[in-house]
Design a protein around this ligand. Sequence first.
Ligand code: UD1
Length: 375
Amino acid sequence: MTELARQLPNQEERMMRVVSVVGARPQFVKLAPVHRAFERAGIDHAVVHTGQHYASQLSDVFFADLGLPNPALHLGVGSGTHGVQTGAILSAMDQALVDLCPDAVVVYGDTNSTLAAAVCAAKMQLPIAHVEAGLRSFNRAMPEEHNRILTDHASDLCLAPTALAMTNLATEGLADRSMLVGDVMVEICHEVRDRVRDSPIELTEIGDEPFVIATLHRAENTDNPDRLRMLLRRLASLPLPVLLAAHPRLLAKASEYGIELDSGAVRVVNALAYPTMVSAVLRSSGVVTDSGGLQKEALLLGTVCTTLRSETEWVETLDDGWNVLDPDGAELSHLAARTPPASVPPSPFGQGDAAHLVSEAVISMVGSRDGMPAQ
Ligand code: UD1
């Protein structure tokens, strides 16, 4: 028996234990409301951090700002090719799940951490719930697309954020294990908005000027030097300052290719903490991004978004033109800080009670597995 297993109450002494596996920045955001909902429901909730994201700006600051519990275990896998990273998490998860002995495992989103944890739990015959199930870009070149599809098919409970995600799950024969709960990011985004709205966080690189907030980190944009150079040239030539919040992958690739990020309109800062990002989106004249989460947050915060991709999983954000796809950034000069649509932003992601519904669904999944009535 390992030291961790010795410290934990054994199965007879404790309430329902759920293990959440997270490892990358967007998962820490999704974990926050779910953790609170699990606590409210009296679930013994343990977090495993895979260590996929290890830079403080992508990990520690999120735990501190969002009130996340210290992980029960940190696997420390770090970076690597997809196979190496996914494999390292998969092999380390085995012992973690033996030690933690959960009644259910919850995974989030579409990263390598999501897939590895789901595969491990499936092989150990532990019930798995996937938060943010059913998203599809239909672009099989994206690593996230493989992760989404494989995770949904390994899961016992597919918790969908939108009606369209439910349709995608049904198309793949997964309707009977799918449930529409809404998007857990709504509640955390609105909560942080309310915290920062009246006292915006200072952005020293920008001051009081109008600006565009930008992020760029997807492999399809960062890993081809010609494409990366083109996108950055287009950002640099915008007529207003562009605050580029740079993911470590972008910094590493720009340096490898000898590309100067700080050029023209672009002012580079390290990846932002969550409250700073929410504050920046609220104050900005527009968001330019290839991130999935930021497309949603822009809509939730009523800021126009331009997405540097040829497709999006979050097609609802395109309604009324709140989000516009501009795959090569060719239209950025008139899109980036465009006038917002006259319409109220649509709210396709639920009413902000998704985390509560996640917790109810997980309790019910465990109850039905045990042949017990739901708690
Ligand atoms: C991962 C997810 C992506 C998610 C993103 C959020 C996969 C396949 N991709 O992409 O879906 O949108 O997280 O940020 O899981 N690096 C560091 N420090 C870190 C983390 C990464 O320097 O703390 C650098 C390394 O050079 C690494 C590269 O970033 O090789 C890529 O990191 P990785 O976790 O593989 O994917 P992300 O691009 O962050």
